[in-house]
Design a protein around this ligand. Structure first.
Ligand code: ZN
Length: 269
C-alpha cells in the first residue's frame, strides 16, 4: 500500500515517521490551547498516525523555564523510551554560563539529541549564549532546530551561523512561515550542505508543500508539526496526501532526519 492509501484506509503509516519539531506540556499564554496535553494522549495520537518518534522541546521553554523544560524532557524520555527524544533548551538572556550548566547536565546524554533555539522570542540568534551552544553542537555534529517566523530572527542571521559552523545540522523551523522566507531558506540550504528546512505551520503558509519540494532539494526537507501546540495531523496530512513521489515523502517523514542523526557523536535514534 502507498502512504496515502494507508491513511485513507484508516491505518497507522507503516513507514518510519519522525516528528522533529514538537513541544510537550500545556501552554495557554496568548490564548493558545492544546487538546488533551497529557503525555499518554500524545503517544495515543502518535500510535493512531504511525509516528514512531517525536523530538521535543517542552512548552515551558517559551516562558524561560528552561530547567523545568529539560527536566520534563528527561522524565518523558525515560517514560517512553524510543518514542520521545529531546532538544536541550535554554534562554540566552541568562548568559553563556547558565547555558553551559544545562549542556553539562543533559547534552548528548539520556535522549537529548541536539538543541532547540527559540530565537526571536528570546532575541537575536547572534548572542554569546547561542554561540556557546552552537560550538557544542558543532563539536558533536548535532542538530540545532531554530525558530524563525515572519523574518524574526532574519534568515541573514542563519547565514552567519552557517558560515561559521559547518559540522552541526542547522534546521530552520517552519521555513520561516511564508513563501518569501521559504525561498530565502531554500537559497541558504543550497549554499550550505548542513542547512535544512523544517515544514510545520503549513496551515499559515502561503506556499504549498509541492512548491517547497519542487524548489528545495528533497534531502533538505524535515518533517515537523509543532505538536502539541498545533494538531500533529495537519502537517502529517500535508505530506501524506501531497502530489510528491513516495520516495521523497519517506525522506521527508524520517529519512533525512535519520541521516542527520547518523552524523552526531551523542545520542542516536
Ligand atoms: Zn515550535
Amino acid at each position: 500500500m502507498k502512504i496515502h492509501e494507508e491513511a485513507f484506509a484508516g491505518k497507522p503509516l507503516s513507514c518510519e515517521v519522525i516528528d522533529a519539531h514538537t513541544h510537550i506540556g500545556a501552554y495557554t499564554n496568548m490564548g493558545w490551547y492544546q487538546y488533551k496535553p497529557e503525555l499518554k494522549e500524545v503517544i495515543a495520537v502518535m500510535d493512531r498516525c504511525g509516528i514512531n518518534t517525536i523530538v521535543t522541546a517542552p512548552h515551558a521553554m517559551v516562558g524561560s523555564y528552561y530547567e523545568i523544560a529539560n527536566k520534563i524532557s528527561a522524565d518523558a524520555i525515560k517514560k517512553y523510551p524510543g518514542r520521545i527524544l529531546a532538544y536541550l533548551v535554554f534562554n540566552p538572556i541568562f548568559g553563556a554560563d547558565e547555558t553551559k550548566k544545562q549542556i553539562e547536565q543533559y547534552f548528548g546524554k539520556q535522549g537529548f539529541v541536539g538543541f532547540k533555539f527559540l530565537a526571536g522570542y528570546h532575541g537575536t540568534l547572534l548572542s554569546d549564549a547561542y554561540d556557546y551552544a552552537l560550538s557544542a553542537a558543532d563539536e558533536a555534529n548535532a542538530p540545532v532546530l531554530c525558530h524563525t517566523w515572519g523574518g524574526n530572527p532574519p534568515i541573514s542571521e542563519f547565514r552567519k551561523v552557517a558560515e561559521k559552523f559547518s559540522n552541526l545540522s542547522l534546521i530552520m523551523a517552519h521555513g520561516g512561515g511564508s513563501r518569501k522566507t521559504y525561498q530565502e531558506c531554500i537559497a541558504l540550504s543550497k549554499d550550505y550542505p548542513n542547512v535544512f528546512i523544517e515544514i510545520c505551520g503549513g496551515l499559515y503558509c502561503d506556499w504549498w508543500l509541492e512548491d517547497i519540494v519542487e524548489s528545495a532539494d528533497a534531502e533538505k526537507i524535515i518533517f515537523g508539526t509543532d505538536a502539541i501546540n498545533l494538531d500533529q495531523r495537519y502537517d502529517l496530512g500535508r505530506i501524506v496526501f501531497a502530489d510528491v513521489p513516495e520516495k521523497k515523502k519517506k525522506m521527508i517523514l524520517a529519512g533525512n532526519f535519520k541521516e542527520i542523526m547518523k552524523k552526531t557523536a551523542g545520542e542516536k535514534i
